[in-house]
Design a protein around this ligand. Structure first.
Ligand SMILES: C[S@@+](CC[C@H](N)C(=O)[O-])C[C@H]1O[C@@H](n2cnc3c(N)ncnc32)[C@H](O)[C@@H]1O
Length: 344
């Protein structure tokens, strides 16, 4: 939340704590406003909240209070009484546009996920995912059995993939690469961007079979399906061979060390001994108290899955167990970094 104490001499810890305890409300209001599609009904100019409410089927005064709260943190702007415009932040809540975060917001609002965070104390007591405890199954199984939830998850990951795309591209020159395999590549947004940037490159998107038709649709819409293959499978079994560049974006952090080593060893087996590279796009945590978004991303994984965010030395140890040497870590403008490794 914004600092409402500017100029005040000293803010007692209880007041700071009160605000921290309520800080998740910013997220909750964003999720609700994205769910009703309020940002989507705006044109280029301002809109009266009564019109936004009419077009989204909302209760005008309640929607007004939500937009007013969000305007106080820079999402929407109240330019005249009860009249709002979109700010750049509010624009990301729209369903259209390359930097849309709407599907991510809608996925974050799903009761299966919200319930899990309400039960996080279970995870702290047992070390097991609260998600499994409250939903009676693990996340990956539920995404498979509940098709519409699986698709929403994939689309949410697509929002995140597009967020990291440009900074990942800027962090590393792939002009020497010929065949890239994106392991756990989801809907293929990163591959679509890379194929558009590097005309000599061909690519494989490898993911669970249920995700493959979605990846084919994204790559087809991007006009790059002639240089891409989408392969369904299980990275605990094997990974497609023939790549000189293997990429895992926001995927290793979903798994504990032993599972991560199994995945990375399968990548090591699939890649050629010389001239190959492994690229990991992931949160790389600073040591100590230093703030980093990945420290809270780690709590998401802790509560929902069995993985973890890692420090650079933890990644280096993991890579070494799987037959790689960590060469370099490059920061990007997204919360993630790019780790580069070579096969031993
Ligand atoms: C957190 S998402 C990241 C997706 C994508 N790389 C991105 O950056 O948006 C992890 C991906 O791993 C895939 N995945 C999970 N288990 C898998 C398995 N056993 N084999 C292959 N892919 C798997 C999921 O379907 C999902 O697309």
């Amino acid at each position: 939340m914004t600092d409402t104490h500017q100029g005040a001499p000293e803010v007692p810890p209880s007041v700071r704590m009160y605000e921290m305890l309520y800080s998740s409300l910013v997220s909750q209001v964003l999720i609700a406003v994205a769910e009703v599609g309020a940002a989507d009904v705006f044109g280029d100019g301002p809109e009266h909240v009564a019109e936004v409410a009419r077009r989204t089927g909302c209760h005008t005064e309640s929607l007004y209070r939500a937009l007013r709260a969000l305007a106080s943190v820079g999402v929407f702007s109240e330019v005249a009484p009860k009249v709002f415009t979109l700010t750049p932040l509010a624009r990301t809540l729209r369903g259209d546009g390359p930097d849309s975060m709407r599907d991510l917001a809608r996925y974050l609002g799903r009761p299966e996920r919200q319930r899990s965070f309400g039960a996080m104390a279970h995870t702290l007591r047992t070390g097991r995912p609260a998600f499994d405890h409250v939903n009676g199954t693990d996340l990956w199984s539920l995404l498979t059995t509940r098709g519409e939830l699986g698709t929403l998850f994939d689309r949410a990951m697509g929002n995140m993939a597009r967020m990291v795309n440009s900074s990942t591209l800027a962090a590393h020159d792939l002009s020497g690469a010929r065949r890239l395999v994106d392991v756990g590549g989801g809907q293929g947004h990163l591959v679509a961007t890379l194929l558009a940037r590097y005309p000599e490159l061909t690519a494989v998107v490898f993911d669970l079979p249920r995700v493959i038709p979605e990846a084919e649709a994204v790559l087809g819409a991007a006009g790059v399906l002639d240089r891409a293959t989408c392969v369904g499978g299980d990275f605990f079994e094997s990974v497609p061979t023939g790549g000189d560049t293997y990429l895992l974006s926001w995927t290793i952090h979903d798994w504990d060390d032993d599972d991560s080593v199994r995945i990375l060893r399968n990548v090591r087996t699939a890649m050629a001994d010389t001239g190959s590279q492994l690229l990991l796009v992931d949160d790389v945590l600073p040591e100590g108290d230093a703030p980093h978004f990945g420290k809270f991303e780690d709590i998401v994984i802790l509560t929902l899955l069995t993985g973890r965010s890692r420090t650079e030395s933890e990644f280096a140890a993991l890579l070494s167990r799987a037959g790689f040497t960590h060469v370099e870590t490059r920061p990007t403008t997204a919360p993630t970094s790019l780790l580069i490794a070579h096969p031993n």
